[in-house]
Design a protein around this ligand. Structure first.
Ligand code: AMP
Ligand code: ZN
Ligand code: MN
Length: 885
């Protein structure tokens, strides 16, 4: 009978393993399939490698309809300095200072490529000591809605620098004080665009500019192009075609690097030539004696007026309006394209729709308008549509969609944006969306809403906010929780999986609390609003989502504390990639350590629990597991306890002090089970080398002693919770049996598997546990095998009972990381006290950041987080106030 049980359990375990691995494989396979097939519902961006701007963490100008925020809210932040320059004669230029030491007509310019932060800091240091330097920028505009600076060329008298402003995008801002320093003259050629681009991307404002193009104007030169100046002053010819090259390329081809450095290298020399000509003119021209440097001053004035320009996003009454007007205008003035008046009005209506759609789609996908659809294409589609009548569009969806070929016979475009979202485009043409509000509704719901087809990014995220829609719509679309727009196509199993494991309701609530002067204090959940309202401490000022205004003066403001973490609207998205449809809670400090922390250090949970989508969860978790191994080595505390099993000693926990263990990492239950399984099934037939390896693995678990078949059978269940075993047996219709002698530890395991994937509110200070998804089956393998095996072994990690389990060793399995965690924490506390724990936490946050490069962390989140904060008298955060619940 005993043998029978063992045999059954072996089969059972084998089936479980197969089931888990094939499940995951299926998901991956399906994901691939849907991608390859190029279904219209899969956004083309999903098929592409990511765009460089997706790595930016600092995005000052996003694609929403809200206006750009300058360093200063309403005015040019350096207005005074610039106005002062406008009023005075440019001293440096007048001084006859020698700008240029280089040789003209060099074969190749030697430049320094700057693409790391330390290099940038060195450069900043060098530049801050200059009195003049030359600048040029290259930008990329095709695959971006607003465009971005892809390269900055800077030349000093001594050296040429090429700044990789893609790699350094988030850091270039450190040059702001240098560009704003009136004591340093900046030479540009035709700075009008550069000045705005630098503001848009880096909050860099140019103060004290000498623009060689403006100097050309003042001197009435026959031409004002840089190519002309290079040719006539330096004898250097310039291949203008390279201007339009894709400056995002890395590495940049040698030819482009040379071209780029040429643009700034000779500028100081040219500036010197032009300023001496200006001076010359000043001295020649018999003006009134008081007005000596008229020309030089004029060039400087014109240059610095450019600096007063402020970048702003274009504003239209409705999206795409100006493009539509221009297309209609051209159409009306084109004699060959005359239509009957009814067709003409249909044409114009189609043009307006398509232009609105194009504008929104360009913003959603962060593409230029022309990348989405050219004006010629719009004219062609609208002309055909108006001529054939809308009815004929019915056939669109029957065409086999292949993203690489022209979509449909009458929609003459290769635009990936259209081809991968053809169903929407079809609906648009058919007039299903009758107003601009409807077009908004359709796009936001279908593309970025709860059933989104397109990736969320820093560039399009704020399009989702209600405010951005106020442009045209009276009723903002409901982004969350609305019925899906027609999707077309079955849901992949991954989607089903995601649905099953996703948070059913938003984890955070975006209610707001304003101070009595109207300034936003924080975002919170409804409960918190009610707490204040019920006590007459606040009044309701907005309905949906609700917002209250406090009737008392709060102690301190978020901005006072230099930390906007608390004001950050906690978004219901993966902090890694921005995915909003599904997310699991992820603990940055692994539970096996955290559960042993002293109580006072556990209080700041919200900082170290973040939402991650399934994919990011996998990445972060794998990195954490790797790091645990390093910790194990560093502390010489193995991750797993060596299970020493003697015949007369059924079970023995390893109570040995850390120093008496060897430093190797123990055997993971997963490896152990796999090895035991292989040996039991194929031990006789496998190569002896492999057999030896596997035997070693199992022997390690048994403390190095010889093992027999019974040991192998026992090993199959190591690390599995009794519940897992029972459920599994039941599922297969097998009698529930227990094999290992771990039964003593199993009594405390809760009867329902409580998979901690979602739901608990992460409100700072709220601390309420709610809405935890309970699932019975099909847990994603990396969640199952890893959290079950590697944490505490019984899934009690992170629940309210962690306290109890820390005190009561029988609560967690001997086979997880619990004991390892406890020893590490004990050792930290012993050696370094609480500071040691804080540093330990910082290390984990660093690992998290390094492994995932999360792009959507709350603004105030940082690796250093110390979690100190004083709470006001009335604050629900104040421990003295008995918080709602
Ligand atoms: P430049 O001022 O010549 O250094 O040009 C700066 C940037 O302006 C280039 O990187 C391009 O993005 C853009 N640009 C300038 N001229 C053209 C052009 N003729 N066509 C397209 N883009 C241009
Ligand atoms: Zn898309
Ligand atoms: Mn250039």
């Amino acid at each position: 009978m005993e043998k029978m049980k063992v045999a059954l359990s072996i089969i059972a375990a084998a089936l479980l393993t197969v089931a888990i691995s094939s499940y995951w494989f299926r998901i991956k396979q399906n994901k691939e399939k849907t991608k390859k097939k190029g279904r219209s519902s899969i956004c083309y961006l999903e098929r592409e490698s990511s765009k460089p701007q997706e790595k930016f963490k600092v995005v000052l100008a996003d694609n929403s309809y809200s206006q750009f925020k300058h360093l200063n809210v309403n005015e040019h932040p350096f207005k005074e300095q610039i106005e002062q320059i406008l009023a005075t004669e440019p001293q440096l230029l007048a001084s006859g200072f020698s700008f240029f030491d280089g040789t003209l007509q060099e074969d190749s310019i030697e430049f320094l490529w700057v693409d790391t932060q330390p290099q940038l800091e060195l450069l900043a240091d060098v530049l801050s000591k200059q009195i003049v330097f030359a600048v040029d920028t290259e930008q990329h505009s095709l695959r971006s809605f607003l465009g971005f600076t892809a390269l900055i060329q800077i030349s000093t008298k001594q050296q040429d620098y090429l700044l990789d402003s893609i790699a350094l995008h988030d850091h270039i801002g450190i040059l702001t004080p240098i560009f704003a320093n009136p004591a340093i003259t900046k030479v540009f050629h035709g700075a009008d665009n550069d000045v705005l681009w630098l503001q848009r991307d880096f909050h860099i404002y140019v103060v004290n500019l000498f623009d060689t193009a403006k100097a050309c104007d003042v001197l009435s030169k026959p031409q004002r192009s840089l190519a002309y100046l290079l040719q006539s002053y330096c004898g250097v010819s310039k291949n203008k075609l390279l201007q339009r090259e894709d400056w995002r390329q890395r590495p940049l081809p040698a030819e482009m690097l040379q071209y780029a450095s040429t643009d700034s290298h000779y500028l100081l020399y040219i500036a010197q030539c032009l300023s001496s000509e200006l001076k010359q003119k000043d001295s020649e021209t018999p003006l009134c004696p008081d007005d000596k440097s008229h020309f030089l001053l004029e060039a400087s004035r014109r240059s610095n007026s450019t600096c007063l320009q402020l970048f702003s996003k274009e504003v239209e009454e409705y999206p795409g309006e100006s493009a539509a007007s221009s297309i209609v205008y051209h159409h009306l003035s084109d004699q060959d394209s005359l239509l009957s008046s009814s067709s003409e009005s249909q044409f114009q209506d189609l043009v307006r729709r398509i232009c609105a759609w194009r504008d929104i789609m360009a913003r959603v996908h962060d593409e230029s308008l022309r990348y989405v659809l050219s004006e010629q294409e719009i004219t062609a589609i609208a002309t055909k549509g108006a001529a054939t009548g809308i009815k004929s569009y019915d056939t669109v969806s029957e065409v086999d969609l292949n993203a690489d070929s022209t979509c449909v016979y009458f929609i003459q475009t290769q635009s990936p944006v259209i081809c991968s979202h053809l169903i929407d485009f079809e609906e648009l043409l058919q007039g299903k969306a009758s107003s601009h509000d409807d077009i908004f509704q359709m796009i936001f719901e279908g593309h970025l809403g709860s059933t989104r087809t397109c990736p969320i990014s820093l560039f399009n995220y704020s399009l989702l906010s209600k405010g951005s829609l106020q442009l045209t719509s009276r009723s903002a679309p409901k982004i969350n929780g609305s019925k899906a727009v027609k999707q077309g196509g079955r849901k992949s199993s991954r989607q089903l999986f995601v649905q099953k494991f996703s948070c059913k309701s938003p984890v955070y609530h975006n209610c707001k609390i304003y101070a009595n002067d109207g300034r936003l204090l924080c975002h919170c959940d409804r409960k918190k609003l009610e707490w204040y309202l019920n006590r007459d401490l606040a009044k309701l000022v907005e309905d949906d989502p609700p917002a209250i205004m406090l009737l008392f003066e709060p102690k301190g403001r978020p901005e006072d504390e230099g930390n906007d973490f608390y004001i950050q609207s906690k978004k219901n998205i993966c902090v890694g990639c921005g995915e909003g449809n599904h997310y699991l809670r992820y603990r940055i400090i692994p539970s096996c350590y955290r559960m042993h922390f002293p109580e006072q250090l556990k209080s700041h949970r919200s900082h170290d629990i973040v939402l991650l989508c399934v994919d990011c969860h996998e990445v972060a978790h794998a990195a954490a597991e790797r790091y645990k191994r390093l910790i194990a080595k560093e502390f010489q505390i193995p991750l797993y306890i060596h299970h020493v099993l003697n015949s007369n000693e059924p079970e023995k926990t390893s109570g040995l002090p850390a120093s008496s263990r060897n430093d190797e990492v123990g055997v993971s239950p997963l490896h152990l089970r796999a090895a035991a399984m292989a040996l039991l099934h194929h031990g006789q037939t496998m190569p002896s080398k492999r057999r030896k390896e596997l035997t070693q693995t199992v022997m390690k678990y048994y403390g190095g002693r010889e093992i027999c078949e019974h040991d192998l059978e026992q090993a199959l269940f190591v690390g599995m919770t009794p519940l897992e075993r029972r459920r599994f047996m039941k599922k297969r219709g097998l009698p529930t049996i227990q094999i290992t002698s771990n039964a003593r530890n199993e009594k405390n395991v809760s009867p329902t598997r409580d998979v901690r994937i979602s739901g608990t509110q992460l409100q700072s200070g709220g601390g309420r546990e709610s809405a935890v998804c309970r699932t019975e089956t099909d847990i994603p393998p990396h969640v199952v095998s890893e959290s079950v095996d590697s944490e505490n072994g019984n899934l009690s990690n992170g629940t309210k009972n962690t306290n109890a389990s820390a005190k009561n060793n029988s609560k967690f399995s001997l086979l997880g990381h619990g004991p390892h965690g406890k020893q590490v924490v004990d050792s930290l506390l012993k050696e370094h006290g609480e500071e040691g724990i804080r540093e330990f936490c910082q290390r984990w946050r660093q690992i998290f950041v390094d492994s995932l490069h999360p792009r959507f962390l709350p603004a105030g989140w940082d690796v250093q987080h110390r979690g100190k904060r004083d709470f006001g008298e009335y604050s629900v955060f104040n421990p003295a106030n008995k918080v709602y619940s």
